[in-house]
Design a protein around this ligand. Sequence first.
Ligand code: NAP
Length: 342
Amino acid sequence: MPTQGALFLEKAKGNFILQQRDIPTAPAGEILVKIHATALNPIDWQLQKYAFFLKDYPAILGTDIAGEVEAVGKGVTEFKKGDRMVSLRTTAHHFSSTLSFQNIKLQRLIPDSISFDQAATIPVAFLAAVTGLFGENLKGIGAGLNPNVDWPAPQQTGQTIFVIGGSTSVGQYVIQLAKFLGFTNIIAYASQKHHSYLAELGATGFIDRAAVPLDRLDTAVSGPVEIVFDCVSSVEAQEVAPKIVSPEGAAISVNEDERSEEAKAKDKTFFAVFATSFAAGHEVFGERLWAKVERLLEERVIQPNRLEVVPGGLRGVLPGLKRLENNMVSGYKLVVHPQETE
Ligand SMILES: NC(=O)c1ccc[n+]([C@@H]2O[C@H](COP(=O)([O-])OP(=O)(O)OC[C@H]3O[C@@H](n4cnc5c(N)ncnc54)[C@H](OP(=O)(O)O)[C@@H]3O)[C@@H](O)[C@H]2O)c1
């Protein structure tokens, strides 16, 4: 049986170790994908450090991949060998060279104009942004601004969205989707060095991160704000978001609600987004959404994040995650090429 290198998290809060594992075949209904690029996300170091979510060890982490269909299982008609595709997070993980997928409805082809590296920057960060903004509000998935993923999107003319952490990977997708949704004012809280790039993505106004501390952000914002999207996820960000948002608006956070009981008691609409198309309640929106991803890319509604390729294949994952954890990645995504592991 041919083998491949894969990066395992050996036990809860343990070390990452590089080991060989069998290359899977594609069973009926599944596809086998040769991974060309996988992106690093904060969740990867958070899973190692805090040991939440994972139950079975050793575990292979990683959530975002882009690659090429290597083989298709019996009965698969949607894909053929050689197709270029991107995948969002699945229950299988991606710090390895090949992968088989169980839910092929949630994989998408990528246009030729998008490289594998660029495509790998999309899945989890984009999904957090689009689920939070578009997802059905009745089911508590999102703000309900485009639950059917209509094209063109229902327009939020005259409305304001405030993005805390505009330069984060998630924030960059929030800004682009806010433009698609027709928000008149798209205000980003971010370091000044990012402002011109975020303006290219669609931001219309800025608050410099160095000029106003996060916990005083509400004092710097005037006028009604219909949506606040916290992409930083600290307690300060979560506590200030509802102070900025209008009474009828919604504050969205990329993290579980960690505010004090006192802050929660004064609540306006506040919810945490979960970047998944698999969890209960998310499937219908997920299928509608992923059917449109290729078009969103082709028509440049969303541009992938800027990126840096970390050298060393899978051996680059750990140093890359350390940089993410230590806030040493500013406005771009780290991408790894598993096939370059020596
Ligand atoms: N709920 C979900 O399912 C889900 C999905 C995806 C991500 N997340 C979470 O979302 C958060 C963002 O993830 P990401 O991948 O987008 O992060 P990222 O791109 O790695 O974030 C780095 C950026 O954060 C900015 N930043 C850090 N602290 C800030 C602050 N106080 N104010 C403004 N900007 C600040 C930095 O700005 P400078 O350039 O100024 O240093 C840097 O550009 C993480 O906590 C992640 O775990 C959650």
